[in-house]
Design a protein around this ligand. Structure first.
Ligand code: OAD
Length: 256
């Protein structure tokens, strides 16, 4: 079902669920003014991923790649969680277990208060040396000229994000699959659902029996497996869902 309003079945399924999974993409951070990747205004319309987001590009021109990442770090550092992130975190007050599986590298789910977050594509706030693996905070590496070098072995330091052609962090991926298998309701939020292997996670949830709810202003390839697609922005739809669930719970308590 594809709809612009929130159907009753969404509330019925969520109120009955003990484990809810959520798979998020750049769209949930769009209302925090962090650009998405695809579409006319998307990052990849202006920059070519093959020139910036892969290891060979980094080795060829680390300064250029670092200039791009340092600009993105600044945008993300200055951004705040929006009502969509906050509502997802508040869902933990209503449902026993909420697990967030995110493709985003912006750390906004944790900053909003979500406690169980798996990051499939890394985290832009972390950095490490490609030679010895030493970790570095942004304050340390951005203080000097780009590209930053390791203080221990002089190796190049890179952002801890997954680039094209690289493996996803195996522990986080396995934990995400396990969460998808256990979820009774699974939310797909603000993602185009076309980047694999991450996009296989909602499918694992679906084929393990979860009721799948998609929230996105546009349909996506994941719409086909969703039980309900709500055409709207996560910053508007998620708070409405959480507020209604709260009042359903309150009324339930009064009746008891
Ligand atoms: P995309 O840019 O591919 O898709 C963003 C999705 O968000 C689109 O489907 C939009 O319709 C939707 N959207 C936009 N505004 C929204 C809003 N306010 N509320 C809800 N949805 C909204 O971003 P991702 O799906 O995250 O990977 O892209 C997946 C991966 O591709 C990224 O993690 C990144 C990129 O290459 C790596 O960097 C490894």
């Amino acid at each position: 079902m594809t709809t612009e309003t929130i159907p009753q079945i969404v509330y019925d399924k969520l109120i009955a669920a003990r484990v809810v999974g959520a798979f998020t993409g750049a769209g949930i951070s769009a209302e925090s003014n962090i650009p998405t990747f695809r579409g006319d205004e998307g990052l990849w319309a202006k920059f070519k991923p093959e020139e910036l987001a892969n290891f060979n590009a980094f080795m060829k021109n680390p300064k250029l790649v670092w200039e791009w990442y340092s600009a993105r770090k600044k945008i993300i550092h200055g951004a705040q969680p929006n009502p969509g992130h906050l509502a997802l975190a508040e869902l933990e007050e209503i449902i026993d277990e909420v697990i967030v599986v995110t493709q985003n590298i912006d750390n906004l789910h944790r900053r909003a208060g979500s406690t169980k977050v798996y990051e499939l594509h890394g985290n832009i706030e972390r950095n490490y040396c490609i030679k010895c693996g030493e970790n570095y905070a942004d304050e340390v590496i951005l203080a000097d000229e780009l590209p930053p070098k390791c203080g221990k072995c002089s190796g190049l330091v890179r952002p801890d994000v997954v680039w094209f052609g690289e493996y996803l962090p195996q522990d986080e991926f396995a934990a995400s699959e396990e969460a998808a298998q256990r979820s009774e309701v699974f939310l797909s939020l603000g993602t185009s659902g076309i980047v694999y292997p991450a996009a296989s996670i909602p499918q694992v949830a679906k084929y393990s029996g979860a009721f799948v709810i998609e929230i996105n202003p546009e349909t996506t390839p994941l719409t086909e497996i969703a039980d309900v697609t709500i055409l709207g922005k996560t910053g508007k739809v998620l708070p409405e869902i959480v507020n209604t669930l709260r009042s359903i719970k309150r009324k339930g308590k009064n009746i008891d």
